[in-house]
Ligand binder design. Structure first.
Ligand code: PEP
Length: 268
């Protein structure tokens, strides 16, 4: 099978327009949960970039549990992300939810994010398998590792070899954290697959105070990168403020992460 470790025993490095994901360097994707305004995206991106993030995250199409909460700015949001990232020399990762929007999102994004709720949306997986833009495939919040690998297989067999996996926590009986971040998935996936894997400690915990510890633990477990939510004013965020770091908090996290990254023989 295309996703299995035997297919590429040495491991795959996905090239995100010049930024390698899966190599020696740990890649940091950071930015707001949601693109709200140009200023908010810019402020977050400047801080993330200054602290060492190379890929700007931000949602333009938001998968909201409630139909009444903010759904994102759509193409306007994509334009903001692209413009901000270009000014700072960053790449863009953003979610695509609808197979009909894949082509449009490809025009603005360097990585197409498949969110947890769409991990088994096979039409969407087939559609992102047809392009060559790298895909960040989040683990379904209910999904076993085997099911996640099968979802990756859909994209790979479709012809797109550029798949990055993202552990973002699963539903368990625990409600103290928003999800239960399954860090054992990192070394498990490394055994099973050649694909790079990153960790999202923001969605994984839902709590700002836990993000740094889980970031360190993810790197120690062998993750190839992190996806972190950063908002200039988390208390005013339209979505997920409770798990968003402040710009200063992100800067501290990056400083404290460095010794862990070096301890596992990697670079930031
Ligand atoms: C996100 O990263 O913006 C997001 C919605 O994540 P998830 O799909 O993991 O909930």
């Amino acid at each position: 099978k295309f996703a299995s470790r035997e297919y590429h025993p040495e491991g795959t490095v996905v090239d995100v327009n010049g930024i390698p994901v899966g190599g020696k360097q740990v890649v940091i994707m950071a930015g707001p949960c949601t693109v709200e305004t140009y200023e908010q995206t810019w402020e977050s991106a400047v801080a993330c970039h200054a602290a060492g993030a190379t890929i700007l995250r931000g949602g333009a199409y938001k998968p909201s549990t409630s139909p009444y909460s903010f759904q994102g700015h759509g193409e306007e949001g994509l334009k903001i992300l692209r413009d901000v990232a270009d000014k700072l020399g960053m790449r863009v990762v953003t979610e695509v939810m609808d197979p009909r929007n894949v082509e449009l999102v490809c025009r603005y994004a360097d990585i197409l994010q498949i969110g947890t709720r769409n991990m088994q949306n096979y039409d969407l997986l087939r559609e992102v398998g047809r392009v060559r833009t790298p895909v960040l495939l989040k683990r379904g919040m209910w999904a076993r590792i085997e099911e996640w690998m099968q979802a990756a297989e859909y994209i790979l067999v479709g012809g797109n070899p550029n798949v990055i996996l993202c552990e973002r926590g699963i539903r368990t009986f625990e409600t103290h954290t928003r999800n239960t971040l399954d860090l054992s998935a990192v070394p498990a996936v490394k055994e099973l697959s050649h694909l790079p894997i990153i960790v999202d400690p923001s969605q994984g915990t839902g709590k700002r105070s836990l993000v740094e510890a889980m970031s360190k633990a993810a790197i120690a477990a062998g993750a190839d990168g992190l996806l972190i939510e950063v908002h200039p004013h988390p208390d005013q965020a339209l979505k997920d403020g409770a798990q968003s770091l402040t710009c200063e908090g992100f800067c501290n996290l990056m400083r404290n992460l460095r010794p862990v990254v070096e301890a596992v023989g990697r670079t930031l």
